[in-house]
Ligand binder design. Structure first.
Ligand code: GUN
Length: 298
């Protein structure tokens, strides 16, 4: 059996088109020009690339974007000061502080300083609590994108399915677990201290791999017919001293066992940016007491 390919690029393109419509409607009907501010501290090349692609995506859907760069050796006070200015800037509806931050700048303190109403990453403690409490406001983008992809594969819903999440990061593992629980899945979390990860993983009807360890999930970790979502993206040595992109899943082998699988690239990645744009519109509307222009349920 060969797994069905889950085309994240196509699902993300459809969402971006809805965001573009929503942004145009907000502008024409309500006179609101939604805006996203991205904060980049330091010069990590991967982060620079992410921020550039977020900016391009904003341009494409008609969301204003503002970029703020600080040197890697900025103290925490400089970052907190910038966040405070963005919190009170009326043109800014969403604030994204690109992670990871340089050593010495505590992520926890920066996230807590964000206006929760502009926290389009859903990382402020209030938004984290709302998510786990079952009253989500702004939901982290990659997990939100993963649930949208699962909805495509399982239009009947995922209630009662056994979902296995590998990795317990604040950006993906923990929030996606909260969303899977809210969708009435039975949940197993696997992390670096778990015993016999392979056996636990084989119990999953749905497997979300978010460990950052290239090709860690092998074919014998997967129940035949399971839905596999690969969040990882790493550059590893390939043939002829070239490098190639790899996910957390051994794609060539697992795609012969799974029922459906996301490719890398072109699976989860495009969903993250599309959901960020969606959250920016949602924040712009909510701050003004307007209805969400692009509801997640649609
Ligand atoms: N770094 C990697 N993924 C993310 C994300 O979703 N949001 C932010 N702010 N930084 C990231």
């Amino acid at each position: 059996m060969t797994a069905r390919l889950i085309d994240g690029r196509a699902v993300a393109a459809a969402l971006r088109a809805r965001v573009a419509d929503g942004a145009a409607r907000l502008r024409a009907r309500d006179g609101v020009a939604a805006g996203l501010a991205a904060v980049l501290v330091g010069d990590d090349p991967a982060s620079q690339l992410y921020v550039r692609s977020k900016r391009r995506a904003c341009d494409e859907v008609g969301v204003a974007s503002f970029e703020h760069r600080l040197p890697a050796d900025s103290g925490i006070a400089a970052v907190l000061d910038l966040v405070a200015r963005l919190n009170s800037d009326e043109r800014v509806d969403g604030i994204l502080v690109q992670l990871p931050l340089p050593q010495g700048i505590e992520t926890r303190r920066i996230m807590a300083a964000l206006d929760p109403a502009k926290d389009v990453d859903g990382f402020h403690p209030l938004n984290v609590g709302r998510l786990w409490g079952g009253e989500p406001a702004l939901v982290p983008c990659t997990p939100q994108g993963i649930l949208m992809l699962l909805k495509r594969v399982h239009p009947e819903g995922i209630a009662g399915r056994h979902a296995v999440v590998l990795g317990r990061s604040a950006i993906v593992g923990r929030p996606v677990a909260a969303l899977l629980l809210a969708a009435d899945c039975t949940l197993t979390m696997i992390h670096s201290r778990s015993r016999d990860a392979a056996a636990l993983c084989r119990g999953g009807d749905i497997v979300v791999a978010a460990t950052g360890r290239p090709e860690m999930v092998k074919a014998d970790w997967i129940k035949p017919g399971a839905t596999v979502i690969d969040v990882g993206i790493s550059r590893i040595p390939g043939a002829d001293s070239e490098t190639r992109l790899a996910g957390d899943v051994d794609y060539a082998a697992v795609s012969r066992i799974a029922g459906a699988i996301t490719p890398v690239p072109g699976g989860v990645g495009p969903m993250t940016i599309a959901c960020l744009l969606r959250n920016t519109l949602a924040a712009a509307a909510a701050r003004r007491g307007l209805a969400d222009p692009v509801p997640i349920e649609d």
